[in-house]
Design a protein around this ligand. Structure first.
Ligand SMILES: CC(C)(COP(=O)(O)OP(=O)(O)OC[C@H]1O[C@@H](n2cnc3c(N)ncnc32)[C@H](O)[C@@H]1OP(=O)(O)O)[C@@H](O)C(=O)NCCC(=O)NCCS
Length: 148
């Protein structure tokens, strides 16, 4: 996913993979991570996405739970794109959040992901940000990138 979204970070991807796997294991052990995987008829994974129950500050009203469902790690194998795989996964994750009585689902969209989310009813909110570090260009991989 990151190779497509932010190619300039390619040099960091192997380190990132290890850190991300460790993090996912911790989140799963804590019951804060739900994922859906789409398979082809032979059981080969062709797309996936996850919902992380992100820690959230207490606030009044229907969003008062101490965690917020956050969609992440959306990826569809290129040859399976445009067939509704990601849309089905996001719908499944939203259904899960609804069934568990969460009041909102959030995410940060890539350029490719935005139309998928918009079509499913996601809208831009009022988040602002201040960049304290600008991601500069990093060396590209010299060997062909492995699939991730
Ligand atoms: C973004 C991404 C996950 C979308 O995956 P996808 O499985 O192709 O998504 P969908 O098929 O559900 O929707 C994509 C397109 O297919 C169309 N589509 C949806 N259901 C369809 C169906 N049943 N038949 C044909 N086309 C369909 C949609 O209209 C959409 O068209 P658009 O791109 O012109 O707006 C995929 O492009 C990807 O992995 N990109 C790289 C990583 C990335 O950016 N991840 C998102 C991080 S936020």
């Amino acid at each position: 996913m990151w190779e497509e979204i932010r190619p300039q970070a390619a040099a960091d991807l192997d380190r990132h993979d290890r850190a991300y796997r460790r993090w996912v294991r911790e989140q799963r052990a804590g019951g804060r991570f739900v994922a859906l995987v789409a398979e082809d008829p032979n059981g080969r994974p062709v797309g996936s996405g996850a919902l992380w129950l992100m820690p959230y500050q207490p606030r009044p009203g229907p969003l008062g739970r101490p965690e917020m469902p956050y969609v992440l790690s959306m990826f569809t194998e290129p040859s399976y794109r445009g067939q509704g795989v990601a849309s089905a996964i996001v719908r499944g994750l939203v259904r899960w959040a609804r069934e568990h009585r969460y009041g909102r689902v959030v995410l940060h969209a890539s350029r490719q992901g935005r139309p998928v989310y918009e079509r499913l009813g996601f809208e831009a909110g009022n988040e602002m940000r201040l960049e304290l570090v600008r991601a500069g260009p990093a060396p590209r991989r010299t060997a062909p990138a492995s699939r991730r």
